[in-house]
Design a protein around this ligand. Structure first.
Ligand SMILES: *Cc1c(COP(=O)(O)O)cnc(C)c1O
Length: 331
């Protein structure tokens, strides 16, 4: 098997912590959280694990500009902007949507970190390959070498971030003397789950790896993750048996990046009970999905469940108006 180069960017290993008050409140399984929201400060979350490999390749080819894309509040774009700044290279972000009137959350950080930002409408974004090509050409015309990163850094190289995280989890389970029934994560572009699934096969990680999609649907991600894993096998010359892909759907809510009141309630409850803050785009939806699935008995009488906290804290603030304030005095 070919193994890729890696930069050391994330603070690893991240802690694995039990949420005992929550577990007690539920009267159910012991819930653990893998704190990938602590992989860095401004670079926190799951994307930095992927970017350790992807940005190593950008440096290796001598790129002076990295180009990537996502939503206006993309955690992946913010993390890429941070790492580019740390490495002294330029970053161009193609963001889906209109330039917002207030610069908030991840977008504020993108700007502080010096990223060049272009906006594309949802219609323009359907030809994302074309947008990348146009952006690449504009830099190449100035004699600059570019390196393009797909949404979420979810390509075969980026998958290595969570292949390695699977190994890290294996060590965590030995240290804490348990084997989980489930390892659960949010699914946004699929690369995290795809990496975990491959990593599980490579290191014999115990537990069922499963995810909650926060966009699209189960069949979309089943196909996407199947092809991601097949591509990975080709690029890195390692044929794996066809993996089982477990996706639990039903928690997208009104749409990607739009959450219903149950998600905001869940974020508030977990924050107050455990001092653990989730985000409304990814981890809040997945955590809510986990609690509902436990309540409905869908997680097979588990004893230990591990929830992967993939980060997203800065995306919380632009949603400030969706938090009702039950404790505030009535006017
Ligand atoms: C990107 C992201 C995810 C989803 O990860 P994918 O690898 O894209 O599926 C989950 N949580 C947060 C906070 C993210 O930023």
């Amino acid at each position: 098997m070919i193994t890729p180069q890696r930069l050391s960017l994330a603070r690893l290993p991240t802690p694995l912590q039990p949420l005992d008050r929550l577990s007690e409140t539920l009267g159910g399984p012991r819930i653990w959280v893998k704190r990938d929201d602590l992989t860095e400060s401004i670079g926190s979350g799951n994307k930095i694990r992927k970017l350790e490999f992807v940005m190593a390749e950008a440096l290796q080819i001598g790129a002076s500009v990295v180009i990537t894309s996502g939503g206006v509040q993309s955690n992946h774009c913010r993390t890429t902007a941070l790492i580019a700044a740390k490495l002294g290279i330029s970053c161009h972000l193609i963001l889906r949507g209109k330039p917002p009137t207030s610069i908030d959350g991840n977008l504020l950080l993108d700007e502080l970190l010096g990223a060049t930002i272009s906006y594309a409408s949802a219609a323009e974004f359907t030809d994302l390959d074309g947008l990348y090509a146009k952006t690449e050409q504009s830099y190449q015309a100035q004699g600059l070498r570019t390196y393009s990163i797909p949404i979420g850094a979810s390509n075969p190289l980026g998958m290595w971030g969570y292949i390695n995280a699977a190994e890290e989890l294996k060590t965590d389970f030995v240290k804490h003397s348990f084997e989980p029934d489930y390892i659960l994560s949010a699914i946004g572009s699929g690369g995290t789950l795809a990496g975990l699934i491959v990593g599980q096969q490579l290191c014999q990680l115990p537990g069922k790896v499963a995810g909650f999609n926060v966009a699209n649907d189960k069949s979309f991600f089943h196909d996407k993750i199947t092809s991601d894993i097949a591509n990975w096998g080709q690029v890195f010359e390692n044929e794996l048996p066809p993996p089982a892909i477990h996706i639990m759907e039903g928690y997208v809510g009104p749409g990607y990046g739009i959450a219903g009141p149950e998600v905001f309630d869940c974020i508030r409850q977990v924050a107050k009970l455990e001092g653990l803050v989730l985000d409304p785009v990814y981890t809040g939806k997945a955590f809510h999905g986990m609690l509902e699935s436990i309540g409905k008995g869908l997680l097979d009488n588990s004893s230990n469940i591990v929830f992967l906290h993939t980060g997203g804290i800065f995306g919380l603030f632009p949603h400030r108006d969706s938090f009702t304030r039950p404790d505030s005095p009535q006017a």
